[in-house]
Structures are given as structure tokens and as C-alpha cells.
Design a protein around this ligand. Sequence first.
Ligand code: GLP
Length: 273
Amino acid sequence: MVQRVELEVSEKYQPNIEEVVLSSPDVDSYAAHTVLDLVANKPDAILLLPTGNTPKGMYRIIAEESNYGREVDFSKVNVLNLDEYWPISGGHFASFKYYMKHHFYNYVNIPREQRYIADGGYPEPFTETARIQGHLEVFKKKGIDLAVVGIGKNGHLGFNEPGTPHDMETWITELSEDTRRANASDFILPEHLYGIQESIPVPHHAITLGLGENGIRAAKHIMLLAKGEAKAEALRRAFREPSTEEVPASALQNHLNVTIVADYAAAEGLGAA
Ligand code: GLP
């Protein structure tokens, strides 16, 4: 049973932003059930989905509860990922393609042709950004039901780093040193892959959906997940100060339907713990 603690409306900074503050395991459960309920009610839902440590618990619960599609059928769902490193091979353990397979696609019955992610191994990144943008626009016409997003410590969303204009479409971005450092642990070769794969340095670039209305903000509902004290300051800057390009997540202040799901430590930044 998810314990749901909402702020009083009068305490909210933005009326279009719902703030849900829970224990960390309940953040996973709340997020997973938001996705499961959506798909149960709308089997052909279109989702934008993230990677990172934060949503791992959400994916684990979706995997358990969908039970390979036997409990909740994902066979008509389409997914577009927010981003991917470039260059990186989709088979590399640190790629987001690999992440999605191991945390999500191995456990739900989404057909391969309904799983969309930028190909980090494609030699021409600009052709690849155009291809992904094309998919996003087709999905936007049909209606993107939900975008689940995380937030970087520097306020990044997808891989839109500080300074990114809020009206961007899919593009190739240069990763900040902060972000490369924050993600470096994902590039340490796991023991079970010794001899099969090589470590590579964190790439300097990524292909990411932009923040614009032809980007992440094309989704009808955006659910931002934040866990841990390291995210408190990013939440404060994104949602307790005026929207600015210096804080990419603050672009969500200009969207009609956002839910922030934060654990108690991250919610310190909202003054809500
Ligand atoms: C990554 C991803 C983001 C993610 C963020 C936070 O670099 N590109 O989509 O939300 O960083 O990751 P984590 O959840 O591991 O803190």
C-alpha cells in the first residue's frame, strides 16, 4: 500500500505541479504503479522512459507485477528513451540500450519494434537525432501519455545540461564534467563481463530529447523521480526559483501536468520533508 503524502495546495509553488513525498521504497512503488495503472487502463500507451539509478526500483516492481505481461499486458506499449551516450555500442554494458534490456525489456512483453532509443553506435549522430525526433513527433500526434524523468545533481533532465535552451528538439549534447564524473561508476567493468567487454571512458557526448514542446514537454504528463539528499538542491533550484536555462529541470514549470515524486531526503529541497 503506497502511503501518499501531498502538500497542502497553499504550500505549493506551482499549481500545475503535484508534489508527492514518500519513503524511498514507496517512491519506487508509486512510480511503478503509475506506469502499471496507465498501461492497464490504456494498453497502447506511449511512454518516454529514463535510465539512471533512481528508476531501477520502479523497473524492478513493474517487472515483478507485470509478470512478463501475464498480469499487465505491455504488448501494445511503445517506449522512447530520453537519451543515449554517443558514441557507444548498444551492446556495451554502460549503454542505456543495455540498461533498458536488463532492467526492463527482459521482463515485460514489449515487442522489439516498439522499443525506441537513439543508436549510440550510429556514426552520423545528426542523422540519428533527426530519426529520433521523427519518432517523437509521430508519438506526439498520437499522444504521449507519460514521461518518467530523473534529475541530475546539476539539474539536468535527460542529458540536457545547464545552459540548454528550453525549446530544443532532439540534439547531440556535450556532457558536462560534473555529469561525466557522476556517471563514471556506470563505466567500471562488472566482474561477470571480464574478458567479454572492455571498459571505455565516459563518452563526451550524448543524443537526448530536448526540453521543448517537441521534446520531453510533448508528454501529457511528466513524472519526475528524485531520491537522496544529493538531489535536494537540484529540486530547490528547479521548482522553488524562477525557471532558468541554468537549471534544465526548471523547464517543467512551463508544463501543465507534472508530478514530482521525491523521497524525504530529496524533498528537503522543496521544504517538504
Ligand atoms: C543520467 C541520465 C538522466 C538521469 C540522471 C540522474 O545521466 N541521463 O536521465 O535522470 O543522470 O541519474 P541517477 O538517477 O543515477 O542519479
